[in-house]
Design a protein around this ligand. Structure first.
Ligand SMILES: Cc1cc2nc3c(=O)[nH]c(=O)nc-3n(C[C@H](O)[C@H](O)[C@H](O)COP(=O)(O)O)c2cc1C
Length: 127
């Protein structure tokens, strides 16, 4: 975290990318998010200036099934994480029906969408 936190503090753009495990983000990415309570504390108690640079963020998630609420947990966790970091939840790419190793390669449209999402995130928009 000592290595990662300065990057998060300066981030103008951030993407959380995760497969869905038991209707949520993976434990690995959740562990990182849980170590960011310091940002939420600052935000909630207004004890300190929030992260200086406002940013824009996106969620990319894949799951095997087609359940209606498949991404609900991941969206909630990511959007509250972004809020604590002063990052706007701007884009999401949510892909159903992806299960096997490297199966996403059989979804060229989704790969293209991921590329465009990344581009949009770093392309300045007119005020
Ligand atoms: C522990 C575990 C839990 C999973 N839970 C879900 C789930 O709740 N819903 C779903 O649609 N897919 C679930 N999956 C399937 C994964 O989302 C899917 O296979 C994904 O492509 C795996 O990505 P990975 O190979 O990078 O781990 C689960 C897979 C694992 C290993």
């Amino acid at each position: 975290m000592d290595y990662i936190l300065p990057y998060l503090e300066q981030a103008g753009a951030l993407i959380i990318a995760s497969p869905i495990y038991f209707y949520g983000l993976t434990s690995q990415v959740k562990a990182l998010i849980d170590r960011c309570q310091v940002f939420w504390n600052r935000y909630y108690h207004h004890t300190q200036a929030q992260k200086n640079i406002p940013g824009q963020g996106a969620l990319i998630a894949v799951g095997a099934t087609r359940g209606e609420k498949l991404f609900t947990g991941a969206i909630l966790t990511t959007s509250y994480f972004f809020k604590a970091l002063n990052i706007e939840y701007k884009y999401e790419l949510l892909v159903r029906g992806v299960e096997e190793f490297a199966a996403i390669r059989e979804h060229p449209q989704e790969l293209e969408a991921a590329y465009r999402l990344g581009q949009s995130l770093v392309t300045p928009t007119a005020p």
